[in-house]
Design a protein. Structure first.
Length: 364
């Protein structure tokens, strides 16, 4: 299987399946001398692990991470950092009834079409548990970025039709949906309750804000920062849409309204008078907060009866059993944040070679 590696300088390769022995990631290109231990990574994994609330799968996994290589005496050595999380609560028997059929909304049919063979237990490589490796690697990237003055904040902007109306950063961790609006979170929980009663699921939107990013990160043609972020976010299994800044709303705007003006701040630096572009211009960061959103589809595993076919080509009805999230958005928040951190750090490392004066400062 190709395509399990992401990044150019800060490069990650994820491995493992939902019902295999474990899930993990190898991080290559991590600078030596970074103070790093399991707690730095565990705090991120705890945000995506199952069983956090009634709105997540009740699969009982502590998702405890082990650093297998790449550190010595609490610091990275510059060699590949290998991280592993061992699966402990697989219930493969829950998937016996779908071994020979194709679940609507899942990758069963496409896996069979491509490989002629698939691991049907929990989706195998296409399971949401694959994101453990992404989050673990993203935690390392986020720690490096923090030392460079760059911070990332992702949160749930909407669940189904319920939209957040205010932004209170402190509220994000105070409700099980990771919403920055307590009132919206209450309404969203009621909405999810109705979905669950109807044996159904919901999707939503995740927003991410990146602060402290200097201007000029990214490249103007194929490696646009917007394009790299889009690839990173759309590579997350449940994500079906991506927009940055005003996104699709810009298509209905006039240029006079959509353009961001410039002015000189009190400290003498250039700054924008608005941020419709979402923090990028010409594929490069412009110094304003970088803001993007990801559209997450409803969980496809629902117990309501659905029509599908089996491998023999027969039309059948299917009801999916097992432990599944009625909404994946809350657990995907940290996945979006992690993929953004990996993309931003890699772009910043690549940017070091963009100017001769930067090379001279580094080597002289």
């Amino acid at each position: 299987m190709a395509g399990s590696t992401y990044g150019t300088i800060f490069k990650i390769t994820t491995w493992g399946e939902s019902h295999g022995k474990g899930i993990g990631v190898v991080v290559d290109g991590c600078p030596a001398g970074l103070a790093l231990n399991e707690d730095d990574i565990q705090s991120y994994l705890d945000r995506r692990k199952p069983g956090q609330s009634r709105y997540t799968t009740q699969r009982s996994e502590d998702d405890a991470v082990e650093i297998l290589s790449g550190t010595f005496e609490g610091k990275t050595t510059g060699t590949p950092v290998s991280l592993a999380v061992y699966n402990k609560d697989q219930r493969s028997k829950d998937y016996g009834n779908i071994a020979l059929c194709y679940r609507p909304g899942h990758a069963d049919y496409t896996f069979d079409s491509k490989y002629g063979f698939r691991d049907y237990r929990g989706g195998g490589r296409s399971s949401g548990r694959e994101t453990i490796g992404r989050v673990a690697a993203g935690a390392i990237a986020a720690k490096i970025l923090a030392q460079l003055g760059v911070t990332l904040t992702a949160y749930t902007k909407s669940i189904g039709p319920i939209q957040t109306e205010i932004f209170d950063a402190a509220e994000i961790v105070n409700n099980p949906l990771y919403m920055p609006d307590a009132n919206a979170a209450k309404k969203a929980q009621e909405y999810l309750g109705h979905c669950m009663q109807n044996q159904d699921s919901s999707g939503g939107i995740i927003e991410c804000i990146i602060n402290g990013l200097p201007a000029g990160i990214g490249d103007p043609v194929f490696e646009k920062l917007d394009a790299r972020l889009a690839q990173a976010i759309l590579s997350i299994g449940a994500v079906k849409g991506f927009e940055i800044g005003d996104g699709f709303a810009a298509a209905a705007a006039c240029g006079s309204k959509n353009n961001d003006g410039f002015t000189i701040a009190k400290d003498g630096t250039a700054t924008k008078t608005s941020n419709h572009s979402g923090g990028t211009l010409g594929g490069m960061s412009d110094g304003a907060p970088l803001i993007f959103r990801a559209a997450v589809k409803p969980t496809p595993s629902i117990s309501a009866t659905q029509k599908t076919i089996n491998k023999a080509g027969e039309e059948i009805e299917l009801s999916i059993h097992g432990r599944h999230d009625p909404v994946v958005v809350p657990r995907a928040v940290v996945v979006v944040e992690a993929m953004a951190a990996l993309t931003i750090l890699d772009a910043m490392l690549l940017n070091i070679t963009a100017r001769m004066d930067s090379l001279l400062r580094f080597y002289h």
